[in-house]
Design a protein around this ligand. Structure first.
Ligand SMILES: C[S@@+](CC[C@H](N)C(=O)[O-])C[C@H]1O[C@@H](n2cnc3c(N)ncnc32)[C@H](O)[C@@H]1O
Length: 262
C-alpha cells in the first residue's frame, strides 16, 4: 500500500491510538448512522475509514453485507474484535480512502463517519465513492464541519485541530461537500448539522494523546481566539473547564444514473 505523507501520518497516529476506540469511545453510539439510514435499503455496503468498526458493525446488525476499510492495520484488528464480540461478520480491507480498490458499481451503500477531515484529497475520495456506487446507491458522510463563509473561525479550528492531532487535514463546509457531490453525479438528498458539545479540553487531548507542548499551544490559541471563532464555536469556561460546540454534518447523497446514450 503506497501512502502519501498525510496518509502515513494518519496510519501512524491511528495504529498508536487504536486501543482508545473501543466500546467506551463516544463513537460507539451509532444512533446517528442508524437514523440517517432510515428507509435506505440494499445489500452490499462499504464503510471507509472504519476506525474501531462501530459504523461497520451497526450496518452489519442492520443486515448489510459489510466491507470495512481503513489504512491502519491496528484499527482493522479492533474492527474484527468488535464484530466477533457482537456476533456479526464484517470483511476488512486495507487501503486509503482516496483510492478504492473495487470495480465500478460494486456497492449499494458507502459510509464514512468522523474520518474525512483526515483525507489528503476529499475530491478524489468523493469521485471514487461515486464510481463504486451502483446507480441509485447511497453515500452517507458524517464529519465535523465549519459553517459556510466563516473563514476566520475555520482557520482557528484548523490550527487547534492540527496541534491536537497532527494527522488532521481540513474540515470542509456543507457547501464544499455539496459541490464535491454535485460534480461527481451524487445528488444530495438530505443534509443536517447537529451541535455537539465538547465536554472538556483534557478529554479532547487524551483521545489523540496530544503532547504537553501542543496542549499548551492550544490553550494559548483558546485564550487569544478571535471574536469570529468565539461566536461560531461558543467557546466558554464552565467551572474551570474549557468547552465549545462543534458542528457535525450528516449528508446523504444518491448516485445518479449515467445519462443514456443517444
Ligand atoms: C475517528 S476514526 C473513524 C471512526 C469510525 N468511522 C466510526 O464510525 O467509529 C478515523 C479513522 O480514519 C482513518 N483514516 C485517516 N485517514 C485515512 C485515509 N486517508 N484513508 C483511509 N482511512 C483513513 C484512521 O486510520 C482512523 O481509523
Amino acid at each position: 500500500m503506497q501512502l502519501d505523507a498525510a496518509q502515513l501520518a494518519s496510519k501512524e497516529q491511528f495504529d498508536r491510538q487504536s486501543h482508545n476506540y473501543g466500546t467506551s469511545h463516544i463513537l460507539a453510539d451509532t444512533t446517528d448512522v442508524v437514523e440517517a439510514l432510515t428507509g435506505i435499503t440494499g445489500r452490499r455496503a462499504l464503510d471507509v475509514a472504519t476506525g474501531g468498526g462501530h459504523t461497520a458493525v451497526a450496518l452489519a446488525k442492520l443486515g448489510w453485507d459489510v466491507t470495512a476499510s481503513d489504512l491502519s492495520p491496528a484499527m482493522l484488528e479492533r474492527t474484527q474484535e468488535l464484530a466477533a464480540q457482537r456476533g456479526v461478520k464484517v470483511t476488512t480491507t486495507l487501503h486509503p480512502a482516496e483510492q478504492l480498490p473495487y470495480p465500478d458499481s460494486a456497492f449499494d451503500l458507502v459510509t464514512c463517519r468522523v474520518a474525512a477531515h483526515h483525507f489528503t484529497a476529499p475530491a478524489a475520495f468523493v469521485r471514487e465513492v461515486a464510481r463504486i456506487l451502483k446507480p441509485g446507491g447511497h453515500f452517507l458522510l458524517i464529519d465535523g464541519t465549519v459553517p459556510n463563509d466563516e473563514s476566520v473561525a475555520a482557520d482557528w479550528i484548523h490550527a487547534v485541530e492540527k496541534l491536537r492531532d497532527p494527522s488532521h487535514g481540513r474540515f470542509l463546509s456543507p457547501s464544499e461537500w455539496t459541490q464535491l457531490c454535485d460534480s461527481s453525479d451524487l445528488a444530495v438528498e438530505r443534509i443536517s448539522l447537529t451541535p455537539f458539545k465538547q465536554p472538556d479540553l483534557e478529554w479532547y487531548f487524551d483521545t489523540a494523546s496530544t503532547s504537553p507542548t501542543n496542549r499548551n499551544q492550544v490553550i494559548e490559541l483558546v485564550r487569544t481566539a478571535p471574536q469570529e471563532a468565539r461566536g461560531v464555536f461558543r467557546i466558554s469556561n464552565e467551572n474551570g473547564l474549557i468547552v465549545w460546540w462543534w458542528s457535525r454534518l450528516s449528508l446523504l447523497a444518491r448516485r445518479l444514473a449515467p445519462p443514456h446514450a443517444p
